[in-house]
Design a protein around this ligand. Structure first.
Ligand code: MEV
Length: 388
């Protein structure tokens, strides 16, 4: 008999090359970052399912009987078989949170609540519980907050099911086996589809497995780098909607199929070049500088193609111009349209320059931070009580 409480944490991500084009079959390169979303599940007596979003100070609760009326098929859920949510079920699920008065400013949250209700009932059926979510990731900023949520949630739900063979008596953070991670990744992808419509799966994949990966049409190659890349992340704080941006690129592709196919092909080559460069060893300062020069050049080329896809933004252009004044190259990361921008910080760059560029970016109202790149993916921790 397993424990009744579990906490998971799943990292956000940066995309070094290939966002958007990856939706159209090109190669992309992404890495996890050391900012996480945590989900805690505590099965409880009673007849309610509760969802607490701590950072947003929001709480939702549903009588189990009501959930059963709306999503009726899960008396015996099968967590080992990831299931897509049909559009009819999605419409019925919407009726569950329409009654909960989500504030207008937080309405994009609604699809996350739908993903929660689907993943929970499809894997656990109608068990009463309290699910608590906290996150270090800015929402909707291109750092994979929705994927980290779907991965942390799917991981917690599967850790409490018979699908995972975990040692409940172990203290501290545990990692799942590869086959268990594969299952978590598939469920998380079903959640991401509810939130984003037609995602490539790169965000949930990098959040599940961590490290640095090359991704093409669902195929993953783990990249091994011996020289860590240091990136400055600038959050423009301009909010945007990934689903709409992805749809915009698809519409442009329908209008100009030949031109856009060439753009996607160019991005594919850039991502492959970047993977190769990341994996070459650099044993002295000259080799490291050469490697960083190429990474910068490829990031700049990718940014040009993202502009061509129509997903840049005035705030992103301001970051590009500002960093270029200090001879630093940048590119947007994630869906664009605002969100976050990456700037490579070469190893030999003086901290005085970094401080100056950060001060100038922050004077424009942006928020800068550096994050550790390529750390662990999903981790699980059991306790008698949930940890958050
Ligand atoms: C979003 O982080 C990355 C996109 O390429 C969308 C996707 O891959 O699903 C814009």
């Amino acid at each position: 008999m397993g424990r009744m409480a579990v906490t998971t944490r799943a990292p956000g991500k940066i995309i070094l090359a290939g966002e958007h084009a990856v939706v159209h079959g090109s190669t992309a390169v992404a890495a996890s970052i050391n900012l996480c979303t945590s989900v805690s599940i505590l099965f409880s007596p009673g007849d309610m399912l509760k969802l607490e979003l701590k950072d947003m100070e929001l709480e939702f609760s549903w009588p189990i009987g009501k959930i059963k009326e709306v999503i009726p098929d899960f008396d015996t859920p099968s967590p080992s078989t990831p299931l897509p949510c049909s559009s009819e079920t999605l419409k019925s699920i919407a009726s569950l949170y329409e009654e909960q008065n989500i504030p207008e400013a937080k309405i994009t949250l609604a699809s996350g609540v739908s993903a929660f209700l689907w993943l929970y009932t499809a894997t656990q059926g109608y068990k009463p519980a309290t699910v608590t979510v906290t996150s270090e990731l800015p929402l909707g900023a291109g750092l994979g907050s929705s994927a980290a949520f779907c991965v942390a949630l799917s991981g917690a739900l599967l850790a409490l099911s018979e699908c995972c063979e975990l040692d409940y008596s172990q203290q501290g953070w545990l990692t799942l086996r590869n086959s268990e991670l594969d299952l978590v990744n598939k469920w998380a992808f079903e959640g991401e589809k509810i939130i984003h419509g037609r995602p490539s799966g790169i965000d949930n994949t990098v959040s599940t497995y961590g490290n640095m990966i090359q991704f093409k049409s669902g195929e993953i190659t783990r990249l091994k780098s011996n020289t860590p890349l240091k990136m400055l992340i600038t959050n423009t704080k301009v909010g945007r909607n990934t689903k709409a941006l992805v749809a915009g690129v698809s519409e442009r592709t329908l209008r100009y199929p030949e031109a856009m196919t060439c753009v996607f092909k160019a991005v594919d080559s850039i991502s492959k070049e970047l993977s190769n460069i990341i994996q070459t060893s650099a044993s002295n300062d000259i080799a490291v500088t050469e490697k960083e020069d190429k990474v910068e050049e490829l990031m700049e080329m990718n940014q040009g193609l993202l502009q061509c896809m129509g997903v840049s933004h005035a705030s992103i252009e301001t970051v590009l111009r500002t960093t270029l004044k200090y001879k630093l190259r940048s590119k947007l990361t994630g869906a664009g349209g605002g969100g976050c921008v990456l700037t490579l910080l070469p190893t030999l760059l003086s901290s005085i320059v970094v401080d100056k560029v950060v001060a100038e970016l922050e004077s424009c109202g942006f928020q800068c931070f550096t994050a550790g790149i390529g750390g662990n993916g999903l981790e699980v921790c059991f306790s008698d009580n949930a940890q958050i």
